[in-house]
Design a protein. Structure first.
Lengths: 154, 115
């Protein structure tokens, strides 16, 4: 990161951007930032916890699967709140998935228990469960993006 | 940035208590594996996982916990969980962990039920 780049940018009252180094653990910065922003705009503590977990999981996926754990890459988290809708976009510098996976409504834990191997797909499952709307595998000019939406009344 | 996992193992009769502190992430695997192996070596047939209410638990950590559940099921051991915040009680229920491990609000409740 050059000296004129900042980790957190506030574009307006309604938009904040956080640029994270591609290092596990730094997702906590995005969690804290989104939690503070959501609190300011009036989200209840329970929904803020949902938001924090969803942001954490999206950042982890971006670092590990999108950016392939490469330290020369970064993750950009953009948060916007307007008209009672909180949108978080998490962007990595990967190429996305060839096909968007079908995320089940229920996690088949019996299968994971029987398999005796490291269970996968928990992060995407949690995101889908915890936010009101999610779009995985979006390709933009800024890279691969996951876009999550939470409604204030939700 | 991450706070390393620390698991102190306490034995109460045939119950092994995993006192889990710090973050529970994909990096926590060796700590849980070591605690589980030690508990097994000591002959524990019941396990209580005790977390702290402010714990940071992510999907990598949940995957590690599911692996421990798989081993306890294979070895016919009873396992339960305490200390979680309401949010993580909800998360554990969502992913189905509660099908294999009961969640209690307090250590005392869990020990009473396990005894």
């Amino acid at each position: 990161m050059t000296s004129d780049e900042k980790l957190i940018k506030m574009f307006s009252e309604s938009t904040i951007e956080v640029s994270l180094p591609n290092k596990l653990g730094y997702e906590r910065v995005a969690m804290a930032c989104s939690a503070t922003f959501a609190k300011i705009v009036g989200f209840l503590p329970e929904r803020i916890e949902d938001l924090k977990t969803a942001v954490s999981e999206a950042c982890l996926n971006a670092m590990e699967h999108g950016n392939l754990n490469r330290s020369d890459r970064s993750v950009l988290v953009r948060m916007n709140y307007s008209d009672h809708v909180f949108i978080v976009s998490v962007m990595d510098q990967g190429e996305g998935m060839k096909e968007t996976p079908e995320i089940p409504d229920d996690l088949d834990i019996d299968k994971k228990i029987e398999a005796l191997e490291i269970p996968r797909g928990i992060g995407m499952f949690l995101i889908k469960q915890l936010v009101d709307q999610v779009e995985f595998n979006q390709l933009t000019n800024e890279g691969h993006m996951v876009r999550m939406l939470l409604r204030l009344e939700g | 940035m991450n706070q390393e996992t620390e698991i102190n193992l306490e034995q109460q009769g045939d119950i092994a208590i995993f006192d889990v502190k710090g973050d529970v992430t994909a990096l926590s695997g060796p700590f849980f594996t070591k605690a589980y192996q030690t508990a097994n070596d000591q002959g524990a047939c019941k396990i209580l996982m005790k977390f702290t209410e402010d714990a940071y638990i992510n999907s990598g950590g949940i995957a590690i916990i599911i692996q421990i559940l798989a081993q306890t099921k294979r070895n016919n051991q009873q396992i339960c969980i305490t200390g979680l915040s309401n949010h993580f009680q909800k998360i554990f229920n969502m992913v189905g962990i509660t099908k294999f491990a009961r969640i209690y609000n307090t250590v005392e409740d869990a020990l009473r039920d396990l005894s």
